[in-house]
Design a protein. Structure first.
Length: 363
């Protein structure tokens, strides 16, 4: 019997994405689900290997963000769901497909850190920019959306897609930085994660949100999302600009109450520490681009640092899904260009050239 095939985006080397026929995934473990993908997207972290800055094996399928319809489930999915207090998953269900795949019952997942699940999928055979996906730990990791896709507007579907990674990552930055009601927050980075960090800061009650951005389209979106101030400078000039806005030199402020670091560069981290007041926390979600970041300034300034990989299922189930469904947030606005799967290469190129803040891929 010939195995079924599907279309999927495949990495063929730096700067090269091809859409190929690949084997359609099948159930491998009792807690797997096969999901028919409706929408996927390109992440800023994908540009690392696309640009040749990090390694990725040639011939691997790509992508880690999607929404879709459950096509089939393994024999153990709903037994495990009942055990772990998750909503049962059935064929036909509309779901957010997180890039994380927490098992739901290990100590890390129970603590709310499904990004650090102690029972990770060992196969590594996932690529969300495809017609179908095998999702492990479907009994707990998938996030069920009420109703059917046709019951939602195009904008709502985009926002639900954002919950698979970027919105949860922006929220993780704000949660890690301990953003609280009435805070003044600085957001480092104007990519999709930074912009979602602005949304998250407002959602958590920040009174003043300073977005560090030098691109007009991103500045406008940051303002739409709740930024009160824009600072286009970088490095020491950025520190001076933030201090001037807050009145640090006049003794009116000691700095920002919380800082979201959504870039990952040494310069961004250095600026984040310098604009934070003593006792503040830097919520770091930008993937580290250097192993040589100097942590000593944290000590001398009494500034904390927390963060890492976002706990998507935990945040989505806890508050983000409801926030989208109730219209309180609209993170899907970060998708500024859309492509069909056959033009996945163009979706990557548009982000690489900064022609798109985040590229959406329609199946």
């Amino acid at each position: 019997m010939t195995a079924e095939t599907m279309k999927a985006a495949v990495f063929m080397g730096p700067g090269r994405i091809e859409v190929q026929d690949v084997p359609k995934p099948v159930i491998e473990q009792p807690t797997d689900a096969i999901v028919r993908i409706l929408r996927a997207c390109v992440c800023g972290s994908d540009l690392w290997w696309y640009r040749g800055l990090s390694h990725r094996d040639t011939g691997t399928t790509t992508g880690h963000e999607a929404i879709g319809i459950v096509e089939s489930v393994g024999s153990g999915v709903n037994d495990a769901a009942a055990r772990d207090g998750a909503e049962p998953i059935h064929p036909g269900d509309f779901v957010v497909v997180p890039f994380t795949a927490g098992c739901g019952h290990c100590p890390a997942c129970r603590a709310g850190f499904d990004a650090n699940c102690m029972n990770p999928d060992a196969t590594g055979k996932r690529g969300y920019q495809a017609q179908y996906l095998r999702y492990p730990h479907a009994d707990w990791g998938l996030v069920k959306v009420p109703g059917k896709p046709e019951g939602y507007t195009d904008d709502q579907l985009d926002s639900l897609l954002a919950l698979s990674d970027v919105m949860a990552t922006g929220y993780h930055a704000a949660a890690s930085a301990e953003v609280a009601e009435g805070d003044t927050v600085v957001v480092m980075g104007d990519g999709a994660v930074g912009l979602c960090g602005v949304i998250a800061s407002k959602l958590r009650g920040a009174k003043r949100i300073i977005a560090m951005s030098r691109h007009a389209d991103r500045q406008a979106l940051a303002k739409e999302f709740g930024a009160t101030d824009i600072v286009p400078d970088r490095g020491d000039d950025a520190v001076k600009a933030v201090h001037k806005l807050l009145g640090v030199d006049e003794g009116k402020s000691a700095g920002a109450d919380a800082v979201l670091e959504c870039v990952g560069t040494e310069l961004s981290f250095d600026t984040a520490v310098k604009v934070a007041r003593p006792g503040a926390v830097v919520g770091r979600v930008g993937i580290p681009q250097s192993s040589q970041v100097d942590l000593d300034p944290l000590y001398w300034r009494n500034v904390g640092m927390c963060g890492g990989i976002a706990n998507v299922t935990t945040y989505d189930r806890g508050l983000l899904l409801d926030a989208v469904l109730e219209g309180r947030i609209n993170p899907g606005r970060v998708f500024t260009k859309r492509f069909d799967l056959e033009h996945a290469a163009d979706a990557y190129a548009a982000m690489d050239k900064r022609e798109s803040i985040k590229s959406l891929i329609m199946m």
